[in-house]
Ligand binder design. Structure first.
Ligand code: MLT
Length: 278
């Protein structure tokens, strides 16, 4: 597994019967980062590195991913949201800003439904509020079969072109290798379990107008997995939301254009801090 966090920040804890791995770095307003499928918390290394001088940065391997347990089990995104809530209890963090990218964003919708009072601000990056279509669900089961029969490297083969722009794939071999390694280090049980969890997730569109905290929507202009039209829909329907479109980035906008991504997160966190007086 690629571990890019600074020494001493990587921790394991027991949550809801599972070992969950996380990093906790910096002090100040807590910002909790939830990663995409099927990656892990090291996808947030550029954010952790740049932002932990100003904020308390928490990154977590969601159940079934990275250094967290991946039992053969029925996974749900509500369970992942509950894991995050317990982690915050353990860290004595009552409220935080939350950043979720793609699957991380789906989990934030589940988190907000249950724990809205813990959310000072929401950053929804390269994600969507809609549930899966019938074809989308079929695609999940097909991918789970591939994971079962051919293993995680077959999933990496399929996913990398969906996650990164053609230009990134051509010009940033280290980044491509990092993304591949994150995918390949997952267990089949975690990949399949989280595919089923995403297939089962509920439609969050009716919920958008009930999100009352400050919200920032971010999307890579080249994102085809969750395109700018999905981002606009969230920005239009969440009452207190702004939209930022990052040029020259696809689905993993935080890794492809980290400076632009960090600038948006920092500005949002400082503004939210000012408004809510942390
Ligand atoms: C992700 O990046 O988390 C996935 O692409 C989300 C999905 O498959 O819907």
């Amino acid at each position: 597994m690629v571990r890019t966090a600074a020494k001493g920040t990587s921790v394991q804890t027991k949550i809801n019967g599972l070992t969950i791995a996380y990093n906790d770095r910096g002090t100040g307003l807590p910002i909790v980062f939830l990663h995409a499928f099927p990656l892990n918390r090291t996808m947030w290394a550029p954010q952790e590195e740049a932002l932990s001088s100003q904020f308390r940065i928490i990154t977590v391997d969601l159940r079934g991913h990275g250094g967290s347990d991946a039992p053969l089990w029925h996974y749900t995104l509500d369970q992942s949201a509950a894991d995050v809530s317990v982690l915050l209890n353990q860290l004595s963090i009552q409220q935080a800003i939350f950043v979720g990218l793609s699957m991380g964003g789906y989990i934030l919708f589940a988190f907000y439904r249950k724990y809205a009072t813990r959310v000072k601000g929401l950053i929804l990056a390269d994600t969507r509020a809609q549930a899966d279509t019938v074809e989308g669900k079929d695609g999940r089961f097909h991918m789970a079969q591939i994971a079962y029969k051919q293993g995680p490297s077959a999933i990496a083969e399929l996913m990398v072109p969906k996650l990164l722009s053609p230009q990134t794939i051509q010009t940033k071999p280290d980044l491509v290798q990092h993304v591949r390694a994150m995918i390949e280090n997952n267990q089949i049980s975690g990949i399949a379990g989280n595919l089923m969890a995403m297939a089962e997730r509920q439609d969050s569109i009716p919920h958008l107008r009930h999100i009352t905290c400050p919200a920032q929507i971010i999307v890579g202009e080249l994102d085809q997995a969750t395109p700018p039209s999905d981002a606009r829909l969230m920005a239009d329907q969440i009452p207190n939301a702004h939209l930022a479109i990052i040029p020259n980035a696809a689905h993993l906008a935080n890794l492809e254009q980290p400076e632009a991504f960090n600038q948006i997160v920092t500005a949002f966190a400082l503004e939210t801090q000012k408004e809510t007086g942390y």
